[in-house]
Design a protein around this ligand. Structure first.
Ligand code: PMP
Length: 355
């Protein structure tokens, strides 16, 4: 007689700490929740991408080495192609880093920050160790160094500029960490195009640095899932062992290449987003009871004196979707993406009504 099938007994330890991603697609709303580029996709790049949807791109397997795209990214960022790896969004790269180096070890995460570092640590069977940021959300460099050494962490995640707080770390702060620890240091620069210090110059000096970047934000390709990392070729050779051969589909590879080679209109949009960010910041500050935090990204975190969950819901009732934060680290906090001038105006009007 066989024993009863017991699903819970078979689930890998650690997964009990996770809840399945609850995907709810809101339609018919002003979407200011996911830090996407709000402007229309530039026509020339759109035309090139549209023309790709035929022939070999569909019927043949992708180039597992993403040769052309990696060469273009190498040129764009000033590294060698061997120092570039692309992924199905930078989310996949975070997981691959953790599957390569984190499993069975500890991973340092500077909270509050992007949630996927913790989630993917648990998925990869690593133990996430939280290190609090300072009250202004700057990096507590001595604490990071101490915690990393004491916990013998294998990987440290530093998000700069940081999601959801909006501030960036200086090169001096990042370098202070790099020079004092012997583990891998991942600096997630998903929002770099909007501001903050570029860590690229540190790559030549520190072989344990991994820089994560993405086409999802400034370059409007969130739907096609294209992220990349820059790192020492030896580090990437290890990660290549866990990477799915065809992780980035042919269409996305070609689309990202089309964006990089037609980037002028995106650079203009980035400038417009930075201008709108200032106007949105001022608009938020003019609403009584709202406190804003400085941002070098395409979003702004703000706090209100009221129940943030209620404000979120009342905005959603008015067809405006932003991001709930809250929790013990960010009480009363919400995050809004910088939209078009019109979207920002409607958001500010609605927020003024519900406050
Ligand atoms: N890093 C940070 C800091 C992010 O905010 C995001 C997206 N929210 C990602 C990585 C993931 O980006 P993607 O997978 O779209 O490249």
């Amino acid at each position: 007689m066989r024993e009863m099938f017991d699903l819970q007994k078979l689930v890998r330890p650690g997964l009990d700490k996770l809840v399945p991603y609850d995907a709810h697609l809101y339609t018919g709303v002003i979407k200011l929740d996911a830090n996407e580029n709000p402007y229309p996709f530039p026509a020339e790049a759109a035309q090139k991408i549209g023309a790709l949807a035929a022939g070999d791109v569909l019927s043949r397997y992708p180039d597992a080495g993403a040769t052309e795209l990696r060469q273009a990214i190498a040129k764009y960022t000033g590294v060698q192609p061997e120092q570039v790896m692309v992924g199905n969004g930078s989310d996949e790269l975070i997981l691959n880093i953790l599957l390569t180096f984190g499993t069975g070890g500890r991973v340092l995460i500077t909270n509050p920050t992007f949630s996927m570092y913790k989630i993917h640590s648990l998925v990869a069977g690593a133990r996430p160790i939280p290190v609090p940021r300072r009250s202004d959300f700057s990096l507590d460099v001595p604490a990071v160094i101490n915690y990393a050494r004491q916990s013998e962490s294998r990987v440290i995640f530093i998000c700069s500029p940081n999601n959801p707080t909006g501030n960036g770390s200086t090169l001096e702060e990042i370098e202070a960490v790099l020079s004092q620890v012997n583990c891998l240091v991942v600096v997630d620069q998903a929002y770099l195009e909007f501001g903050g210090a570029d860590c690229r110059p540190l790559l030549d000096k520190y072989p344990q640095l991994i820089i994560l970047r993405t086409f999802s934000k400034a370059f409007s390709l969130a739907g096609l899932r294209v992220g990349y990392m820059l790192a020492n070729a030896d580090v990437l050779r290890q990660i290549q062992k866990v990477k799915q051969p065809y992780n980035l589909n042919s269409f996305s590879q070609a689309a990202a290449l089309a964006v990089l080679t037609n980037r002028e209109p995106f650079l203009k949009q980035i400038q417009d987003i930075i201008t709108e960010r200032k106007a949105l910041q001022e608009g938020l500050q003019s609403i009584p009871g709202v406190t804003t935090y400085p941002s070098v990204t395409n979003f702004i975190m703000f706090r209100t004196n009221y129940d943030s969950k209620l404000i979120y819901q009342q905005l959603l009732d008015r067809k405006i979707l932003i991001r709930k934060l809250g929790g013990p680290e960010l009480p009363g906090c919400l995050r809004v993406t910088v939209g078009t001038a019109e979207e920002n105006k409607l958001f500010l009007q609605a927020l003024g009504q519900v406050m």
